[in-house]
Design a protein around this ligand. Structure first.
Ligand SMILES: *[C@@H]1O[C@H](CO)[C@@H](O)[C@H](O)[C@H]1NC(C)=O
Ligand SMILES: *[C@@H]1O[C@H](CO)[C@@H](O)[C@H](O)[C@H]1NC(C)=O
Ligand SMILES: [Cu+2]
Length: 185
């Protein structure tokens, strides 16, 4: 008790296992820090192509529900911005939608004109068995330290194109290291 020890193999195995789990269940905030909106023109197709969606992940739609909602629709309804008979609808303003199976899923805002303004997103979900690790592209700016302080939690608009899943993974990794440090020592 109180003596400083080298981390045991258990430490490394646990860390790797927890890291794998944290990466496997990514929360994809739609539109990153811009959220689900028409005020700022967000290219949701571009956002979706910056993400890797796997079974077990979830989508997070954040918006002011006075002005927006989230409707899950078919491909045909998506193309036509038809919100008359959605398969599912959400209006909490912070909707977490689990991605339970592989396939392509279509969402749009049902408020008049919003879908036509581009408030629609198509998400291609692949099975959980494929590779989870996002390819970290070299960033020209200062990269966040994995052990960085809580002040680094608010993503800046310039970082909006970086996959939010990467930051989430790094955050989880930091927390796991901190937790396991106290468990082992
Ligand atoms: C939504 O917007 C309205 C009008 O701007 C505002 O009064 C309300 O507080 C907002 N709601 C949330 C949850 O931000
Ligand atoms: C919208 O979708 C519904 C249900 O699929 C369909 O009955 C209706 O004709 C569609 N409306 C338009 C304008 O495409
Ligand atoms: Cu809307």
């Amino acid at each position: 008790m109180g003596s400083v020890k080298m981390p045991s193999p258990f430490f490394w195995i646990s860390t790797m296992a927890l890291f794998t789990l944290s990466v496997a269940a990514t929360v994809h905030q739609v539109g990153d820090s811009s959220g689900w909106t028409t005020l700022i023109p967000v290219d949701y197709a571009k956002w979706a192509s910056s993400q890797k969606f796997h079974v077990g992940d979830s989508l997070l739609f954040k918006y002011n529900n006075t002005f927006h909602n989230v409707l899950q629709v078919t491909q045909e309804q998506f193309k036509a911005c038809n919100s008359s008979s959605p398969a599912a609808s959400y209006n909490s303003g912070a909707d977490s939608i689990p991605l339970k199976r592989p396939g392509t899923f279509y969402f749009l805002c049902g408020f008049p004109g919003h879908c036509q303004l581009g408030q629609k997103v198509e998400v291609k979900v692949t099975s959980a068995s494929s590779s989870h690790l996002p390819a970290p592209s070299p960033s020209p700016g200062p990269s966040p330290s994995p052990m960085g302080g809580p002040s680094a939690s608010a993503p800046t608009p310039s970082a909006a194109s970086t996959p939010s899943s990467y930051f989430f993974s790094m955050l989880c990794l930091s927390l796991e290291f901190a937790l396991l440090y106290f468990v082992v020592v």
